[in-house]
Write a protein that binds this ligand. Structure first.
Ligand SMILES: [Zn+2]
Length: 162
């Protein structure tokens, strides 16, 4: 027996599958990647333990290699209306593609991946100032994508051309 008002895991799974079906029925053009977009929303909601309705998805034209392929996901915190987080999934075709927390580059100020988020514990460092290693990425908790991300401004010491 479940506590009053709580959905069983089976019920939640059916609702998630219904969300995917509804998104695909609403947007049957496969070039718009409705399935991948809604699955990315479900993934972020699951990772953060929040309802899928608290996550919105938008195209990430800066990081996409195909139209509508990469996504930016915005997550609202149901327990803190002032808090919100933005994440990048550069290739949502793969359910294991890295989830990257977006934040301001300490050099150019542009929105870039700052932390790789594998589980909720990784988000605990979201507010800690970035300590960029000499190699630019991949240690000190800095996202592996930080140094080469296309989001840096042209004048930044980081970015694909730097
Ligand atoms: Zn930068």
């Amino acid at each position: 027996m479940t506590p009053a008002g709580a959905a069983t895991l089976a019920e939640r799974a059916r609702r998630a599958a219904a969300m995917v079906r509804a998104a695909v029925e609403a947007e049957p053009d496969p070039r718009l990647h409705a399935s991948e977009r809604v699955r990315a929303r479900l993934r972020i909601a699951s990772l953060l333990g929040i309802p899928p309705t608290a996550v919105t998805v938008a195209d990430d034209d800066r990081r996409a290699t195909l139209a509508h392929a990469a996504v930016i996901l915005a997550a609202a915190d149901p327990a803190d209306p002032a808090a919100s987080y933005r994440f990048s999934i550069a290739d949502p075709f793969y359910d294991d593609d890295t989830v990257r927390l977006l934040g301001a580059c300490p050099v150019c100020g542009a929105e870039v991946p700052v932390r790789d988020i594998a589980n909720l514990a990784d988000l605990a460092d979201a507010d800690r100032p970035l300590e960029i290693p000499d190699c630019g990425s991949g240690s000190e908790g800095v996202s592996y994508s930080f140094a080469d991300d296309r989001g840096h401004s042209g004048a930044c010491t980081y970015g694909p051309g730097a």
